[in-house]
Design a protein around this ligand. Structure first.
Ligand code: KG4
Ligand code: ZN
Length: 346
């Protein structure tokens, strides 16, 4: 093993779902180079991610992406001080591809391996964007697979305050988009269409679940199906109504996310809200949270869109913090498709 250096260079790999990404970061927060390959075009044909197809695509992409990232950074593998990789949660086969690749690199280079939790990485992305954020803060993590609220204490230690009891927000957007005949992943398509629509056009339901901090989006999906059936929507006549439906559907998701996040801030007495994960790239969610947050004295931190959706920079940022805290892994580290987030030891 090399002796620790002051501002180590972290090589990070992300392959837990449908983006293959490699990044080089100088700790704590200087991005030296990154490369990313989206599999969206591949999965579009199937209307969603097919795990086996994703794993193969990751395997094919990693080598060229590593070369690209190093090239952009003007560095070689000899400059790398540690290798960070997403070790879960995610699609098991996809995570395994990146993890095996990272282990081989760490072993070959004689540098530490760091196993990063995918959701912790999403939250860490916000800290690159706003390093001044102080603990404890509230995190709303909204992605294709997760929708949760956490209280985050120093050292990225999470306490879950609420979670979805059925679909994740991204999943609700993607499935809703599919019903509207939009391509996968639907979130960005809904956002684009919604810009020309009226958010009050269709009164879609909001599942408040009392004043619980848990979420539920399955009823909303059903309401969309019923609305489409009731209005006799066909691909021919749907097009004109689509912006209104998209805007109203998006608004129902955004309203619930924003309202519950601000309930949580009030209940926990927290003044900072970090929004992370792919759905955080949604401009309407950011705007609604910023406006309501300003009224209630809550500082809302949303990373730029490219740092919200899956990328390797976020893995590097989390990895740099874990390395500084001595949280490295052994080469026997296993992929964990359902890895729990780092919580305080009782
Ligand atoms: O975090 P992410 O890239 O991958 C997972 O870890 O799941 O999140 C992907 C999700 C998808 O559901 C996608 O539709 C959604 O994020 N998403 C968006 C936007 N960009 C990505 N949803 C709404 N508006 C967007 N602009
Ligand atoms: Zn993600």
């Amino acid at each position: 093993m090399r002796t620790p250096v002051e501002n180590p260079i972290i090589l990070a790999i992300e392959s837990s779902c449908d983006e293959t990404a490699v990044a080089l970061l100088q700790a704590p927060g200087t991005v030296l180079g990154q490369a990313l390959a989206s599999q969206v075009g591949i999965h579009e044909r199937f209307g969603g991610v097919v795990p086996e197809v994703a794993s193969r695509a990751h395997l094919e992409q990693l080598d060229p992406l590593l070369t690209q990232a190093l090239g952009k950074a003007g560095r070689t593998l000899a400059d790398v001080d540690a290798v960070a990789v997403t070790s879960g949660p995610g699609l098991l086969g996809a995570v395994l591809v990146g993890l095996s690749y990272a282990k081989a690199l760490a072993w070959g280079l004689g540098v530490p391996l760091i196993g990063v939790h995918h959701l912790e990485a999403h939250v860490a992305a916000a800290l690159l964007h706003r390093p001044d954020v102080s603990y404890p803060f509230l995190a709303l993590v909204v992605s294709g697979g997760h929708t949760s609220l956490y209280r985050v204490d120093a050292g990225l230690v999470f306490t879950e305050l609420g979670r979805t009891i059925d679909d994740a927000a991204g999943e609700a957007l993607d499935k809703g988009a599919k019903m509207m005949g939009l391509p996968y992943p639907g979130g960005p398509h809904i956002e684009r269409l919604a810009r020309d629509g009226r958010a009050t056009a269709v009164d879609f339901p909001r599942a408040w679940l009392g004043r619980s901090l848990d979420f539920s989006f399955s009823g909303l999906k059903t309401a969309l199906r019923v609305h489409l059936e009731k209005t006799g929507a066909t691909p021919d006549n749907l097009e004109d109504n689509l912006p209104d439906i998209a805007a109203s559907y998006q608004e129902a998701v955004v309203d619930v996310l924003a309202t519950k996040a601000l309930w949580a801030a009030e209940r926990e007495g927290l003044q900072t809200l970090v929004v992370a994960g792919g759905v955080a790239a949604n401009g309407r969610l950011g705007a609604v949270l910023a406006a309501r947050g300003a009224r209630e004295g809550v500082d809302v931190v949303v990373p730029p869109p490219a740092l919200c959706t899956d990328n390797a920079v976020m893995v590097a940022v989390a990895g740099a913090r874990m390395l500084a805290a001595g949280r490295t892994a052994s080469l026997t580290l296993d992929a964990d498709a359902r890895a729990p987030i780092t919580t305080a030891t009782p």
